[in-house]
Design a protein around this ligand. Structure first.
Ligand SMILES: Cc1cc2nc3c(=O)[nH]c(=O)nc-3n(C[C@H](O)[C@H](O)[C@H](O)COP(=O)(O)OP(=O)(O)OC[C@H]3O[C@@H](n4cnc5c(N)ncnc54)[C@H](O)[C@@H]3O)c2cc1C
Length: 360
């Protein structure tokens, strides 16, 4: 078996680690200069919005021997709509770094690997097909999959983010659901430390959003974050992504090519969470290559999460700002807080089941 993993991000590295732990050595190719060679940003793991509602870091270490250290736990999530604010508290999840820093998730995974990653790879999928018996496609870009197989495309998103200097509670993340700032999208703040945070504006590139000025929306968002955090924030770095595609591949595997991470469709359409399903898809593909299970079967849970998340997106998109105010009021009730902290139920599953008759 000659296995090539194309892409040394979350899914590719999780796949490589699983193969390596079980005695197979893949060839890992990445077109960048080192692991995480991209802008730095903060991301979160939020179990309440995952299909299997357990602690993702315990799950990865106990079940798969993959160890990841977050930068912090999340103990408060503040949600803002145009006129309302609510806060959820409890052990809600984890904050982690991505990109070109030593403790980003991809850097941590790369350090656990013994196999050398071949960086600056000039090879495309067709070149690799000629040389290897099995390929794991893990380039983190759904457009790649769209060229190779039939897909269900759901949306493309524009993201504009910044690293800002200020004073932050390191365990509190915040999100804004306000159509005047992020039409059918949302904005968030993730603290990276007590003095730095990542703020991001994300909204779908629907035809009705074409005439909008991203800079004007950004200015509005920035003003709102400064107001809600009661400080004058200073931008120290910025990034922009256009046409970030979210969709799901028709099948997880064609012949001996395995689609993992964003190439499978692990970017969950409701709020863009994709880290855990990406790593799981890489692990599941490796387990198939090891003869332990069938990727066609194990990937089913990811397809299910995707569909649940899409139902949630359709619901959120149907809400105008007045309804979003009502939603935030509801989320702020003690009952909602109790439900969201209940580790025995997956909120994503429940919400999508309730909403499926209307939005599924
Ligand atoms: C701004 C932003 C914020 C996000 N926030 C969150 C969050 O808070 N929580 C969450 O769960 N998810 C979040 N996500 C989603 C999450 O980051 C992705 O779902 C996840 O990284 C996908 O993993 P992957 O392995 O598919 O791709 P990646 O981790 O991106 O890895 C892809 C790798 O492939 C390499 N590559 C690309 N092209 C080639 C090529 N031609 N040949 C070889 N190698 C190639 C790249 O260099 C990279 O190393 C966010 C995404 C973005 C963009």
């Amino acid at each position: 078996m000659k296995i090539a993993i194309m892409g040394a991000g979350l899914s590719g590295l999780a796949c490589a680690l699983t193969l390596e732990k079980n005695g197979l050595t893949p060839t890992i190719l990445d077109n960048r200069r080192c692991a995480g060679d991209r802008f730095v940003n903060g991301e979160i793991l939020l179990p309440m919005l995952e299909e299997s509602f357990s602690d993702p870091l315990i799950q990865l270490s106990e079940a798969y021997g993959i160890y990841l250290q977050p930068t912090n736990n999340i103990t408060a999530l503040t949600l803002h709509s145009e006129n309302k604010t609510a806060q959820l508290t409890g052990q809600l999840g984890f904050i982690n770094l991505r990109g070109r820093v030593e403790n980003s998730f991809e850097s941590q995974l790369a350090r656990q690997l013994k196999t050398k990653i071949l960086f600056n790879s000039p090879y495309d999928y067709t070149d690799i097909l000629k040389e290897f018996t099995h390929i794991v496609l893990a380039v983190g870009d759904f457009r790649y999959t769209e060229e190779i197989q039939r897909v269900k495309s759901s949306l493309a998103v524009t993201l504009k983010g910044a690293i800002v200097a200020g004073n932050f509670n390191q365990r509190e993340v915040a999100a804004w659901l306000d159509n005047t700032i992020a039409p059918k999208g949302y904005c968030y703040l993730i603290p990276l430390s007590g003095q730095e945070a990542n703020i991001t504006l994300a909204y779908p590139e629907y035809p009705e959003a074409q005439g909008l000025s991203q800079n004007k929306l950004w200015d509005k968002f920035f003003e709102r974050v400064c107001k809600d955090t009661q400080q004058d924030l200073r931008v120290t770095d910025q990034f922009e992504i256009h046409q970030y595609r979210m969709g799901i591949s028709a099948i997880p595997r064609i012949g001996n090519t395995f689609f993992v991470g964003n190439c499978l469709g692990t970017m969950m359409p409701a709020l863009g969470f994709g880290q855990l399903p990406s790593m799981l898809s890489g692990i599941y593909a490796a387990q198939d290559l090891l003869g332990q299970s069938s990727y066609q079967k194990t990937a089913k849970s990811i397809y299910q999460s995707y569909n649940h998340s899409l139902t949630l997106r359709k619901f959120l998109e149907s809400l105008d700002n007045a309804k979003l105010d009502t939603l935030i009021d509801l989320v702020g009730t003690p009952l909602a807080n109790r439900l969201l902290n209940n580790r025995r139920i997956s909120l994503l599953k429940i919400i999508s089941r309730l909403l499926a008759p209307l939005f599924g």
